[in-house]
Design a protein around this ligand. Sequence first.
Ligand SMILES: [Zn+2]
Length: 108
Amino acid sequence: MLRTKAESNKEYCKLADRIYHWADKIHVDPSDIRIRHMKRKWASCSTRGMLTLNWDVTDLPEELIDYVIVHELLHLRTPNHGKLWKSFMRAYLGDWEKKEENLKTFAG
Ligand SMILES: [Zn+2]
């Protein structure tokens, strides 16, 4: 979807606000946040703590936006999808598996 610069800034701020809200809760500190067009990916996270999100995330329902954000932020604490990551996901999002399934119905 094409956006004007003002719209893009607004979307960026909205998403960044939400990311920092969750980062606070999870006690992680992302070094930077970028939103760009990505193929076949909702988001990624570098070892240096930089979060990159796909623009398409801004079109998702709110609970799925939270899923994507929390998923990536937790990688700042644990790099894989192991037991620890799953227990964090449950603690912060509850039935996260359902959200993950739901997310698959949206094209990334
Ligand atoms: Zn992951």
